[in-house]
Design a protein around this ligand. Structure first.
Ligand code: SIN
Ligand code: CO
Length: 383
């Protein structure tokens, strides 16, 4: 398979990633969409699934947004054309969709957001817009005409009267029609508009990076939960001031050094970030196993050659610290030492864990304990 249109992953990252769009014809040759429009409509009726319908002209109002879950009748009331159904996190619910992610492992696990599906009858679109994340738009069924190009930001003019951020005076630079198996990569901030030419399903493989706001608020929240956070600033060297109202420069120096000492703690930063970056998107995705196993059960299944795989919604990542390896799974942190350290890269390499390599660890009670914890918290299962 030639998913990057003849480019190696390194060439793609060097020349296109976060830089410019790329159209890849037959990235997935002969692609057959694993879900039908009816199945997408069925998912949109489920409480745990995040779904939206966007109607271009909704009783005279432009680009109206309706949030799911929907009743099955809702689909009978929709116009013939010019609407779109969006299903967020389709990879969490459909294993064959999650499997597509294995083709994108040249991008780190922690950058992945999810796979969103859109279904639209002829004419349907979500309007001209830009996103703040990297996206691979894989045409899964039918045809979609994409116009794209031009850098947009929060100052770009928008259509009034809609809760959606639709660009009002935007002309793309390039137009392509994608057929099943074709794919368009778009970096953040590039305007785009994809209109269904016929009954059309598009899968958006999205990679979202955290905002500075996410990082600052998330990390300071984490730091503030640590024991040291309740310590008060001290000033045993306080000197008499001319004016009691002065906040002396050395107070600011002291604040600055206390804050920098906290913010500059790389160990805390990596432990927080691993947990933050692997936290499940919703509590409905990773649910504890109804039939908890014990380490012996796990050892037997591994010896029997059963295939262990990640829960479709689970996120795995690890970080090498000086004398240990931090494994992060679904927002939980596990510190591995000594001979246990290679388990982290092994568990994180692919959704289907290499059972031959895992068998080497199956005699170690502590590691079996860890696998049992992951199994019981719902992060892995036997296929
Ligand atoms: C769509 O699939 O209709 C919209 C996806 C996007 O533009 O990000
Ligand atoms: Co978009």
């Amino acid at each position: 398979m030639d998913m990057l249109g003849g480019l190696t992953a390194s060439e793609f990252l060097r020349d296109y990633w976060q830089k410019k769009p790329l159209v890849i014809r037959q990235a997935f040759p002969g692609f057959q969409c694993p879900v039908s429009p009816d199945e997408l409509a069925g998912l949109a009726c489920e409480e745990a699934v995040e779904s939206r319908i966007i109607i271009e002209d909704d009783a005279g109002k432009p680009w109206q947004l309706h949030n799911g879950p929907f009743s099955p009748d809702r689909f009978n009331e929709l116009p013939e054309q010019d609407w779109t159904l969006l299903i967020q996190g389709l990879d969490h619910w459909v294993p064959e969709i999650a499997d597509l992610l294995e083709q994108f492992r040249f991008i780190p696990n922690w950058r992945l957001d999810d796979i969103m599906a859109s279904y639209a009858p002829k004419g349907g679109s979500v309007g001209p817009h830009f996103d703040m994340y990297d996206v691979f738009l894989l045409q899964a069924q039918g045809h979609r005409r994409w116009t794209f190009g031009g850098h947009c930001d929060h100052t770009s003019p928008r259509v009034d009267g809609t809760p959606l951020r639709i660009l009002s005076s935007w002309d793309g630079e390039e137009t392509v029609t994608l057929a099943p198996g074709d794919m368009l990569y778009l970096p953040p901030g590039i305007g785009h508009h994809g209109i269904a030419e016929d009954d059309c399903i598009t899968l958006s493989v999205g990679f979202r990076a955290p905002t500075l706001d996410d990082l600052l608020t998330g990390f300071t929240d984490y730091l503030s939960q640590h024991a040291k956070a309740s310590e008060h600033l001290n000033d045993p060297d306080l000197k008499v001031q001319d004016n009691p109202g002065t906040i002396a420069p050395d107070v600011i120096d002291r604040l600055s050094s206390v804050i920098q000492e906290q913010l500059g703690d790389r160990r805390n930063l990596s432990l927080w970030f691993g947990q933050f970056a692997t936290a499940p998107k919703s509590l409905d995705i990773v649910v504890p196993n109804e039939e908890p196993a014990n380490p012996q059960d796990l050892a037997e299944a591994i010896r029997a050659g059963e295939q262990l795989r990640w829960n479709e919604g689970s996120r795995f990542a690890y970080h090498e610290l000086d004398n240990e390896t931090a494994l992060f799974v679904d927002g939980e942190q596990f510190l591995l030492k000594g001979d246990a350290r290679p388990l982290a890269p092994l568990l994180c390499a692919a959704a289907r864990i290499s059972m031959a390599d895992l068998a080497e660890f199956a005699g170690d009670q502590a590691l079996l304990g860890l696998l049992t914890t992951l199994y019981n918290q719902g992060s892995v299962y036997f296929e």
